[in-house]
Design a protein around this ligand. Structure first.
Ligand SMILES: Cc1ncc(COP(=O)(O)O)c(C=O)c1O
Length: 384
């Protein structure tokens, strides 16, 4: 049977190949975007896990928009006004897919920063969107390019990850946040704010979300994968009721609703008195690992390799002198370290600046030190 034309255009994921190679015990993986399993708050989930056996109602079919007590909790947590609502989805990835299917027709323009989150490129590719890109600076998207793009391409939406971007770790400045919101309102472009790393800040104060400056022109995607556990597959979408109703319709056709026992489990976890402490612990663990990786990279890599500090998230973006980063990633795997080469994060990979994405949340400090010495050995040999 011939596969759909929309799927024929989607490249097979290079990340999957890399992750497969990275399961080899002799390879230290900085390639994935995985939280450390040891951080999963299973102890804090235990009381709710036990009480689930006395809650037969959560094993029944549930409402498409989500489990009532979780919706109430999120409405309060995110201080949503009466005009707005939350909706639960099967990971924030599903939220993105629902947005694409509810709003994007083939050839509608969707804007993203380049580089960008691979999962978003896949989702928008599947609905045959025309993906336009703007370059990213240390403060967020290049604002002149963005305005030009809004004028020329009349995009339907601008998808972005303003807090600790995947793959670059960039966190948008306050000025950029305000300006992007202003442009979205002015040119009637919906802002899709994807915020899975927002709570993983380990330095400095949180900045307001972009959507706080354009609440009626935005949809926000939240994830519990990085702060609780990805296996729960629970995320949330928030926005104006009129924006979310079409998503509920699509979700009905997709999976009726997300797992209710898992939503009930999340309610118990978020209400646990020690959840705040759990958050502090993961922020502190990831800061320690980030500090180790950053310091070792600075110490061991040739000066032509450039890296910017980050204040949170899961990734460091390592810019390299012009080279074949795919060949480099293969050589690195043969030398026992897995990384992701930059072109996979570009909707138009030809001519992508040479860089590598390095994850610091999954390997421990000792492994990170060893990974950098393997990386440094290869880079010193190949870049000279
Ligand atoms: C930017 C971004 N958005 C969304 C997701 C998907 O997260 P979830 O596990 O909530 O589906 C990820 C996962 O890594 C991500 O990096």
């Amino acid at each position: 049977m011939e596969i759909a034309h929309s799927l024929q255009q989607i490249q097979s994921s290079y990340i999957r190949e890399i992750l497969a190679a990275a399961t080899d015990k002799n390879v230290i993986s900085l390639a994935g975007g995985l939280p450390d399993e040891k951080t999963f708050p299973i102890d804090l989930m235990k009381p709710t896990l036990e009480s689930l056996s006395d809650m037969p109602e959560v094993f029944q079919y549930g409402a498409t928009a989500g489990y009532g007590p979780l919706l109430e909790l999120l409405t309060e947590m995110y201080q949503l006004p009466d005009t707005h609502m939350p909706m639960i989805c099967t990971g924030s990835q599903q939220g993105l897919d629902l947005i694409a299917r509810a709003y994007v027709n083939p050839n509608d323009t969707v804007v993203m920063e380049a580089p960008s989150y691979l999962g978003a490129m896949q989702v928008f590719g599947l609905v045959q969107a025309n993906i336009a890109t703007v370059s990213q600076t240390d403060f967020g998207p290049n604002l002149e390019e963005l305005e030009q793009c809004f004028i020329q391409d009349s995009p339907k939406m601008f998808y972005a990850v303003p807090d600790f971007h995947n793959p670059t770790g960039v966190c948008w400045s306050l000025e950029t946040r305000k300006k992007v919101a202003e442009l979205c309102i002015k040119y009637k472009v919906a802002f899709i704010e994807d915020a899975p790393y927002r709570e993983l800040r380990f330095t400095g104060e949180a900045l307001p979300m972009v959507s706080t400056f354009c609440p009626d022109d935005s949809i926000v995607l939240r994830s519990f994968s990085k702060i609780a556990s990805p296996g729960l597959r629970i995320g949330a979408v928030t926005g104006k009721k009129s924006y979310l109703e079409p998503l509920i319709k699509v979700k009905q056709g997709a999976d009726l609703h997300s797992s209710v026992p898992m939503q009930a489990l999340l309610v118990g976890l978020l209400k646990h008195p020690d959840f705040g402490l759990h958050m502090e612990q993961i922020q502190s663990l990831y800061k320690q690992r980030y500090d180790v990786l950053f310091a070792e990279l600075k110490k061991q890599l040739p000066e032509t390799c450039i890296l910017n500090p980050v204040d949170g998230g899961m990734f460091i973006w390592l810019s390299l002198p012009d080279c074949d980063t795919f060949a480099l990633a293969k050589t690195l795997i043969a030398n026992g370290v897995a990384v992701v080469p930059s072109p996979v994060f570009y909707p138009k990979p030809e001519g992508a600046p040479s860089a590598l994405r390095l994850n610091f949340t999954n390997a421990n400090a000792e492994e990170l030190v060893e990974a950098v010495s393997r990386l440094a050995k290869v880079l010193n040999e190949t870049l000279n």
